[in-house]
Design a protein around this ligand. Structure first.
Ligand SMILES: O=c1ccn([C@@H]2O[C@H](COP(=O)(O)O)[C@@H](O)[C@H]2O)c(=O)[nH]1
Length: 235
């Protein structure tokens, strides 16, 4: 499994369907970040074989957010493990049996298996959106509920927003790997994200990894943007 970074590390989200653009970003960003995230846009457009070209640059976080019956998720995790990612995502809302099946399937890959991260409540979701799906009480309460479910069922870590990091640490300690999107440097646009904080606030709250996409990839000079954020985290 990928070692925990000594201070909060950066995962750059390469959200593109273009293999040329992904490879150019990977080359430019690899010296400044600890991991590269490939998600549905890249995977659906280019397939599993295209993962290796990016994986040659840095460890890969394969963010496909599996959510299905336990047997299907276990099979998907087995297939994903063949691509040797450092981290994989599943949805905690799939329930304990699904999370446990994912963990067991990952363990079949041996000591170099990926970390299984359970997505709690998407960072684009605000209280009103969550309520519209039938869940009252707000994102924080739901994140805590799903965090407990996922960790009890064997998840190695969680995906949550910066806002929930302190309460997850208070409830579960330093053990779970906390991988946190919804990062916006001061003054940058929120885009479609709802529960956000700056890189410095998120690191101070206790996140292990900060997932950052557009603030880096849409910058005029992505490498300079990544280097600036990495520098602010070291300070
Ligand atoms: O709750 C979640 C889970 C995953 N993501 C992913 O992180 C990046 C964020 O990109 P930005 O451009 O920095 O908004 C993106 O790939 C999402 O799929 C998330 O945002 N929230």
């Amino acid at each position: 499994m990928i070692p925990r970074p000594p201070h909060a590390g950066i995962i750059a989200a390469l959200d593109t369907g273009s293999p040329q653009r992904a490879e150019a970003l990977a080359e430019a960003l690899a010296p400044h970040v600890g991991c590269l995230k490939l998600g549905l846009e890249y995977f659906v457009a280019n397939g599993p074989a295209a993962i290796a070209r990016i994986a040659a640059r840095a460890p890969i976080f394969l963010d496909l957010k599996f959510h299905d019956i336990p047997n299907t998720v276990a099979g998907a995790v087995r297939s994903a493990c063949a691509l040797r990612p450092a981290m994989l995502t599943i949805h905690a809302a799939g329930g304990p049996a699904m999370v446990e099946a994912a963990r067991r399937a990952a363990e079949e890959a041996g000591p170099d298996r990926p970390a299984i991260l359970a997505v709690t409540v998407l960072t684009s979701t605000d209280a009103a959106t969550l309520a519209s799906t039938g869940i009252s009480g707000g994102p924080a309460q739901q994140v805590l509920r799903l965090a407990r479910l996922a960790l009890d069922a064997g998840a190695d870590g969680l995906v949550c927003s910066p806002r929930e990091v302190p309460m997850i640490r208070a409830a579960h300690g330093a053990g779970p790997l906390l991988v946190v999107p919804g990062i916006r440097p001061a003054g940058s646009a929120a885009d479609d994200q709802s529960r956000i904080a700056t890189p410095e606030e998120t690191a101070d709250a206790g996140a292990d990894w900060l997932v950052i996409g557009r603030p880096i990839t849409a910058a005029p000079d992505p490498a300079a943007a990544a280097a600036a954020i990495a520098g602010s985290l070291r300070r």
